[in-house]
Structure formats: structure tokens, C-alpha cells
Design a protein. Structure first.
Length: 251
């Protein structure tokens, strides 16, 4: 379930908005044939697919005319199953799904099981990981925090707000996606509802646009594997990845 933040952003945001408009226009034009279109069974039907005009000529779109460039992506997580290498973990599976759809990710994973929106014992905070890993060329930052241990909800809210602000400082044109805390693994700890609410509040009140993926509201059950988590998450981020890949803002 996607909940976009309340504010817009300049720079890449304008190019991204244009790309999204093109995508929406293409989808709107891609419905079935009407009275003015050739019959789907006729030899000429192949020339009147999605994006065609009433005369049967194809109108190329930005996504049709050129392949998408790799989307520079940083994943910030405290998931203990995710190491520094993406291979075999849900970030790697997510990248594989994106590549299979023609929009590859240039992926960097910042994973620390002792981290969180609030720093844990022996670990840094998510804001610290952002400062270390996110740079001006970063296009997409994906936060996936789990239960946040025994952190006080108000501290989680402040820590989440600081992490989102750190992204804005390091990569002003980057988009932010936040997976609200949830029970990632079967048998794993269930997050405190107050902690979940704290992250939602921070996302809603952020100074930058934040897209919130809320597994609880979407009815997700605990993922049985890293691949299962990636398959649940990918449909939520795919439209943003596709738009960024074709925005041209970072070329």
C-alpha cells in the first residue's frame, strides 16, 4: 500500500513527473479496440496496439523509444538476514526482478542488524548509514526497518525524520521508499504497533516526499523467504523504478 508524502520536489522531480505523465498517457491509450480501431483479428491489428492513434499509427513514448538506465539505489535495513552483499538476499532478489523487467538497479546495500531508526547496541542509526552510503548520484533510497528492538516510539519517530532529512541533504533529487516495520520472517518478532505508527507519522510529516509501503495495511503475511519478501515488495516500487529509469534526470 503506497502512501505518497505531501510535498513535491524540484530537479529530478519535474523530469520524473513528466515521465509518469507519459506512462499514464500510454496506459490510457492502451485499452482494447473501439469502433474506430481495426478489428483485433484482422491482419492490420498488430499496427493498432497500445499507444496507437485512431488512424492505426503507433505513437512512440519515452519508455518505448529508449531503454531505461540503471537506477542508482541504496537499501538501508536492519534485517539480520541481509548482509553487505545483495546476492541471495531480498535486495538482490528485488534487483533481479527489476532487471528482468528492463529497469536494472545499480544497487548498494547498507545492512546492519544493530542499526535502526534509533541506534542499537554497537550499531549506528539509519541516519548514520545514509550519511555513509548515499551520495548526489543516488536516485532511490529504500528503508526497511523491522521491529526496532525496545526503542521508544517517540525516539523512532525522531530517528526516522532524521534519516529522511539525511537523504535530502546527501541526495536532494532522490526518492525515498519506506517499508513500515512488520514481521519480516515467520516466527520473527512482531513490531510494536506504536513503533509502526511512529514511522508512519515521520513519513507523513517529512520535508521530502516519502512513499510508504505499509505491509500491515496491505495484508501481507510474514514472508517465508528472502525471495518471497522481494516478490511482495517489487510491485510496490516498480512504478517508481520505471519512472526513474526513463526520467533522464541523472543522465
Amino acid at each position: 500500500m503506497l502512501s505518497p508524502g505531501p510535498r513535491s520536489r524540484a530537479g529530478a522531480g519535474a523530469a520524473l513527473g513528466a515521465a509518469l505523465s507519459v506512462l499514464l498517457a500510454s496506459c490510457a491509450a492502451g485499452g482494447g479496440p473501439d469502433a474506430s480501431s481495426p478489428d483485433a483479428s484482422s491482419p492490420d491489428a498488430s499496427s493498432a496496439g497500445a499507444g496507437s492513434s485512431s488512424a492505426g499509427t503507433t505513437a512512440p513514448t519515452a519508455t518505448q523509444s529508449r531503454p531505461g538506465h540503471p537506477v542508482t539505489t541504496v537499501v538501508i535495513t536492519d534485517d539480520p538476514a541481509v548482509g553487505s552483499a545483495a546476492e541471495g538476499s531480498w535486495p538482490g532478489e528485488l534487483a533481479a526482478l527489476a532487471a528482468g523487467s528492463g529497469t536494472p538497479l545499480d544497487l548498494d546495500v547498507a545492512a546492519d542488524a544493530d542499526a535502526g531508526y534509533v541506534a542499537g547496541a554497537g550499531g549506528g542509526s539509519f541516519a548514520d548509514l545514509v550519511s555513509a552510503e548515499v551520495g548526489p548520484a543516488t536516485q532511490l533510497v529504500l528503508f526497511a526497518g523491522s521491529a526496532s528492538g525496545a526503542a521508544i516510539p517517540v525516539d523512532v519517530q525522531l530517528g526516522a525524520a532524521a534519516a529522511f532529512a539525511a537523504v535530502e541533504a546527501a541526495a536532494p533529487d532522490a526518492l525515498i521508499v519506506v517499508v513500515a516495520p512488520w514481521q519480516v520472517a515467520v516466527g520473527g518478532p512482531a513490531p510494536d504497533p506504536d513503533v509502526q505508527a511512529a514511522v508512519r507519522t515521520a513519513a507523513d510529516g517529512a520535508e521530502v516526499p516519502v512513499t510508504l509501503v505499509d505491509p500491515g495495511a496491505a495484508g501481507w503475511s510474514a514472508a517465508g523467504s528472502q525471495q518471497a519478501f522481494a516478490q511482495l515488495l517489487y510491485p510496490e516500487v516498480a512504478p517508481l523504478v520505471d519512472a526513474l529509469a526513463h526520467s533522464g534526470a541523472f543522465e
